[in-house]
Design a protein around this ligand. Structure first.
Ligand code: ADP
Ligand code: MG
Length: 365
């Protein structure tokens, strides 16, 4: 978390990138501002084409901004060519040099920088240890697995001690089990090296489990920035709520807004207190959209929402009830099974859903 004692490492100010011109112009990045402190695991999360790679490439210096600024440690880096920026990138295609050994791959950048052999050897053995590849130092990339190749690519990128490591969907080529292992590994590497990581993914679970903070992007814009819990529990935008996790959307009318909360009335007449995103102050009588996470709602004798069970899907740990509300909307409710050994409703049963205080959020859009 940023605080007054942490220094900001990367500052992106009103950054825009337009590819092409005239009718073919693509606004890949649209007025993006971000501050990323030192030593943070920061994630850019968004669907394909939202501008994640474009933003990384501008930080790395491979692409020039159309407008806006990028600062590193307080200084504008516009005039620094990529090889002069204390930034390194790990790509999805790790592209190791096939004719070099693991150790030679890791030492390559240091050799290009003209570092003395003793220093290269020392760094390479430290990096081999860091990514747990010591026994395979003398193998060629073709002689190790995909996950091991990715670890070597990480070691190669970390060897010159970049100040910031950019990771562009580095795990998406790996199968699920390896990906899970590498997620843990990446977190450990970030903590041990203390290097700022800017990690790109389109996978919401990956973002939630790994990040200190997440920036959710859509169509070239950053919609919301915050720690995983805040993004999940208090989405500010409909897109954010929809993209991350499963969500119920409910229509409501505002009775009154007060700072960061509002009293809203459901079509059933029931009033609820809902969280308000920063900067939003809807007027009395205004129509708004509420979000409620499926696991935050509860079956209750006399809840705020009424409906009929259309489907109950058993998942072992929990059951997902698909409930057709009296308003016609579908509501998904997730209930943990351990707590309710019997007495679960069946298809066709009329039920009532309670929404606890703090589980309702107004979203924009
Ligand atoms: P992401 O990494 O989130 O999938 P990108 O940053 O690669 O998204 O792309 C953002 C948008 O910019 C897309 O619409 C993409 O087609 C466009 N784009 C990216 N690079 C170029 C380029 N060199 N020329 C033209 N359009 C580009
Ligand atoms: Mg990309």
């Amino acid at each position: 978390m940023p605080s007054s004692t942490t220094r900001s490492d990367i500052e992106v100010e009103k950054l825009s990138k337009i590819f092409g011109s005239g009718e073919d112009a693509v606004r890949a990045l649209d007025d993006v501002s971000l501050t990323i402190p030192e030593n943070e695991f920061f994630t850019l999360l968004g669907p394909s084409g939202c501008g994640k790679t474009t933003l990384l490439r501008m930080i790395a210096g491979f692409e020039q901004p159309t407008s806006g600024r990028i600062k590193l440690g307080g200084s504008d880096i516009a005039d620094l060519p990529p090889n002069k920026r204390p930034v390194n990138t790990v790509f999805q295609s790790y592209a190791l040099f096939p004719h070099m050994t693991v150790a030679q791959n890791i030492g390559f950048a240091l050799k290009m920088l003209g570092k003395p052999k003793a220093e290269i050897d020392e760094t390479v053995s430290r990096m081999l240890k860091l990514v747990k590849m010591e026994p395979m130092a003398n193998r060629k990339p073709a002689q190790i697995s995909g996950g091991q190749q990715q670890r070597v690519a990480l070691a190669r990128a970390l060897a010159p001690r970049p100040r910031v490591l950019l990771l562009d969907e580095p795990l998406s080529a790996l199968d699920l089990k390896l990906r899970k292992e590498m997620q843990v590994e990446l977190k450990r590497l970030q903590a041990e090296t203390g290097i700022t990581f800017i990690f790109v993914t389109h996978d919401q679970e990956e973002a939630l489990t790994m990040s200190d903070r997440i920036a959710v992007m859509s169509a070239g814009k950053v919609l919301q920035v915050g720690p995983p819990r805040e993004i999940y529990n208090h989405p500010a935008e409909r897109f954010v709520a929809d993209f991350i996790g499963d969500t119920n959307f409910i229509a409501a009318k505002v009775e009154r807004a007060n700072g960061r909360s509002a009293t809203v009335r459901l079509p059933s007449g029931v009033a609820l207190t809902a969280g308000l995103p920063e900067g939003l102050s809807p007027g009395e009588g205004e129509n708004v959209t509420l979000v409620v996470r499926p696991e935050h709602a509860k079956l209750a004798a006399d809840g705020a929402l009424k409906g009929t069970v259309e489907n109950a899907v058993y998942f072992g740990t929990d059951t997902h009830f698909h409930i057709r509300l009296d308003t016609g909307d579908l509501f998904i409710l997730r209930s943990q099974n351990a707590a309710m050994p019997n007495g679960l409703p069946d298809m066709g049963d009329a039920v009532s859903i309670a929404i606890p205080e703090g589980a309702v959020q107004v979203v924009r859009g």
